[in-house]
Structures are given as structure tokens and as C-alpha cells.
Design a protein around this ligand. Structure first.
Ligand code: DAT
Ligand code: MG
Length: 149
């Protein structure tokens, strides 16, 4: 089983989409092992998006992600990283497939509603950035025998 980091961005919170978005991953069969609201500091934003620090969109990106609270979560399941990326849709919401989070709920690339780790290594790094070990809960679900064969 694999874990990935997902985050409903400030536009998703303001637009009342937390429930819809969590429900998509929950109903898919993934297990939520971490969940919280937080306001990201500039320092944390710059760390989280460090790979983009030389890009022209870096400053607006940091402004956006720190502009209001976010909903942070860690989900667990088979191939969670790649499956969640598929469910989110591509970065530009106008190009994202219709059933995806960004395809359903976004228009502009700078308001693309959700973040998800892009590799298992990024997932590990991002989970550690946003969650303490004791904020992640290990538990079993009886329903998992109906999710996995
Ligand atoms: P993703 O969020 O799909 O992993 P990314 O890591 O390449 O995409 O970029 C992080 C965020 O930065 C992305 O969600 C939106 C913003 N961004 C990326 N490319 C951009 C661009 N060309 N113009 C404006 N914002 C962009
Ligand atoms: Mg990315």
C-alpha cells in the first residue's frame, strides 16, 4: 500500500468543495489516514513548491496557496500516488478530463483547486512537511475486503 499527499487549495475551500473532493477519493476506496485544516505560512509554501522557485509563476503561486486555509490530507491505498494524479486531472483545468477534480471544478491554471504529490518520493517529502507522525492514523477497515480482492 502507498500513501500520497492531497490538498484542497484555498479556492476549493472558498467554493465549498472540500466535501465533494474528499468524497471522490473516499468513494473510490482509498483510506483517509490524515486530515486537517491549516493556513500555510510563506515559509512552508516556499518549501512545498521549492522545485518551482525559478519559474515566473512562483510568486503568484505562493500568494495563492497562502491566501486562505487549505484542507490537507493523506490517503492510503494501492497505487495511491498515480491514481490520485489521474483523479485530479492535468495541471491546466481547461485541459483536464471531464470527470477529474480539475476537469469538474476549475478553469484557470492558477486556481486549479487541488494539489497531489507527483511521485512516491514527493509524497514522502510532502507528507512529512504537512503532518507529524502522530497525526497519521493506522487502522483497518472491514470494507477493504470488498475494495481489494
Ligand atoms: P501540479 O499541481 O499539477 O503538480 P506543477 O507541480 O507543475 O503542477 O505546478 C504547481 C502549481 O503551479 C500548479 O498546480 C499550478 C501552478 N502552475 C504550474 N504551471 C503553471 C503555469 N505555466 N502558469 C501558471 N501557474 C502554473
Ligand atoms: Mg506538482
Amino acid at each position: 500500500m502507498e500513501r500520497t499527499y492531497l490538498m484542497v487549495k484555498p479556492d476549493g475551500i472558498q467554493r465549498g468543495l472540500i466535501g465533494e473532493i474528499i468524497a471522490m477519493f473516499e468513494k473510490k476506496g482509498f483510506k483517509i489516514v490524515g486530515l486537517k485544516m491549516l493556513r500555510i505560512s510563506r515559509e512552508l509554501a516556499e518549501k512545498h513548491y521549492g522545485e518551482h522557485k525559478d519559474k515566473p509563476f512562483f510568486e503568484p503561486l505562493v500568494e495563492y496557496i497562502t491566501s486562505g486555509p487549505v484542507a490537507a490530507m493523506v490517503i492510503e491505498g494501492k497505487a495511491a500516488v498515480s491514481a490520485a494524479r489521474e483523479m485530479m486531472g492535468v495541471t491546466d483545468p481547461l485541459k483536464a478530463a471531464p470527470g477529474t477534480v480539475r476537469g469538474k471544478y476549475g478553469i484557470d491554471i492558477g486556481r486549479n483547486v487541488i494539489h497531489g504529490s507527483d511521485s512516491p518520493a514527493s509524497a514522502q517529502r510532502e507528507i512529512a512537511l504537512f503532518f507529524r507522525e502522530n497525526e497519521l492514523v493506522a487502522y483497518s477497515r472491514d470494507v477493504d475486503r470488498w475494495v481489494y480482492e
